[in-house]
Design a protein around this ligand. Structure first.
Ligand code: C2E
Ligand code: MG
Ligand code: MG
Length: 425
């Protein structure tokens, strides 16, 4: 096990090490792990330690006898390669590191996975001092993270790369999650027959300390195909299930809906992530609904249907979100393992304006019922729209007419506490 080093100690170590070995050159790999929080929370801190021990052992086996592994902090390691024969030597080592960290680590009867990103630089070319070597490695690491590439070798051009305003990389998201900048808001879903609360949709909220509120539409697309999309799902799912389990005590049967992004659908661990969260928070699976937009389902219809089927086998309800925007065929709808259809708010908004639009929405409700799907009308903003949708036999309504998405305490005060007071009073 390497002892723990801070960056300043690492610099001294690089200098001393070069002097001691008389090394004509050294390559530095700065290896940053991500996903440790998930492991700690799933397996506890001893599980996290077990994983770090195993990763340290594997890193030690990557280099040659004269190379050295240092733990810079609990999620960053440095691999010093003595006298690399060529730049490709360091790249080969980086490849090995990526492969060996991606292998699952067995903890008890389960398997934990972790990911890593690596910055690579060399001394004396291009770096001329230990400090420059470390600085260049950090620049390369940042580039690897923002491009979502496993490793990047430092090149002077990286220093000139402009940061694009408004674009976010998955590591921004992971940092912000760690810093507690994310929160989950809840928007009520109301039974249109009884007017009673049926559940809530969990919606992620990002408050940046300087920039303020960043809407999901501004950062979700940027991280759609990166590791950040799993981190968001993990956070929202676990927050929502913890909250729903607490509210279900006051409001038996309270159910929560969580959005899945297109990128979550292709995650091989998706079903495990959902199953683990249900086990941790002990919410009956039928009280969780997972929403998938019609558009994301249509990107890969067969694979999506298979994944939905596996999630549904857990007992979870599946919902087709933003229906009407994704051009799916009705035959496809019939065969989909779904429980619910949410009519997109662009259709709901028009039911008051034109008979034709009202007829279209009415036939969607009928068709959905014919294939045993419950129907939610999204974006109900007025009492009149609510009345029309209720008259069509639509099951549930959601929208500003009932309430906007609310922070958990506000949601509880407005819906959960008020209703349980009525019941007990
Ligand atoms: P969505 O899942 O269709 O969520 C409903 C969106 O409509 C929310 O926007 C909500 O604030 C908004 N909304 C609700 N009622 C009304 C209304 O009466 N009128 C209008 N004009 N809008 C209404 P939000 O929170 O900005 O989220 C936008 C989209 O971002 C969501 O659409 C969803 O696709 C995505 N999203 C939000 N949170 C998450 C999340 O935790 N995970 C994932 N994967 N996607 C999320
Ligand atoms: Mg949704
Ligand atoms: Mg929607």
């Amino acid at each position: 096990m390497p002892s723990h080093w801070r960056y300043s100690l690492l610099l001294g170590e690089i200098d001393a090490w070069c002097a001691r070995t008389g090394s004509p050159g050294v390559a530095l790999l700065l290896i940053q792990l991500s996903g440790l929080e998930e492991v700690n929370s799933r397996f506890g801190y001893p599980g996290g330690d077990r994983l770090l021990e195993e990763i340290t052992r594997r890193l030690g086996a990557v280099g040659r006898a004269q190379d050295r592994v240092l733990a810079v902090n609990s999620r960053t390691f440095a691999l010093l390669i003595d006298n690399p024969l060529h730049e490709s030597h360091a790249v080969l080592a980086a490849d090995k590191v990526v492969r060996c960290t991606a292998e699952p680590v067995v903890i008890g009867a389960a398997q934990a996975r972790i990911r890593c990103c690596i910055g690579v630089s060399r001394l004396p070319d291009p770096a001329r001092s230990a400090e420059e070597l470390l600085r260049q490695c950090e620049v390369a690491l940042a580039a690897a993270r923002s491009r979502d590439e496993p490793h990047v070798v430092f090149a002077p051009a990286l220093l000139a790369a402009p940061a694009t305003a408004g674009s976010y990389a998955w590591f921004d998201i992971e940092e912000a999650l760690r810093a507690g900048e994310f929160e989950v808001f809840y928007q009520p879903q109301v039974d249109l027959r009884t007017g009673q609360l049926a559940g809530a949709e969990a919606l992620v909220r990002w408050h940046r300390p300087q920039a303020g509120y960043v809407p999901p539409g501004h950062f979700m697309p940027a991280i759609e195909n990166s590791q950040g999309i799993r981190a968001i799902l993990w956070f929202v799912l676990n927050s929502a299930l913890r909250q729903a389990a607490a509210w279900a005590v006051q409001w038996p049967g309270f159910s929560v809906s969580v959005n899945l992004a297109t990128g979550n659908l292709s995650d091989p661990d998706l079903v495990d992530i959902v199953e683990d969260a249900l086990n941790v928070w002990s919410l009956p699976p039928e009280q969780l609904t997972l929403e998938l937009t019609e558009g994301s389902l249509m990107e890969n219809p067969d694979a999506s249907a298979r994944t939905m089927g596996r999630l549904r086998d857990l007992g979870v309800r599946m919902s087709i979100d933003d229906f009407g925007t994704g051009y799916s065929s009705l035959a496809y709808l019939r065969d989909l393992p779904a429980d619910e259809l949410k009519i997109d708010r662009s259709f709901v908004a028009r039911v008051l304006a034109a008979d034709r639009d009202r007829d279209i929405v009415a036939s969607i409700v009928q068709l959905a019922h014919a294939v045993k799907l419950k129907v939610v009308a999204e974006g109900i903003e007025e009492a009149a729209t609510r009345a029309v949708m209720a008259a069509m036999g639509c099951d549930y309504g959601q929208g500003f007419h009932f309430a906007p998405p609310l922070a958990a305490p506000d949601f509880a005060a407005a819906w959960i506490d008020r209703a349980s007071e009525c019941k007990s009073g």
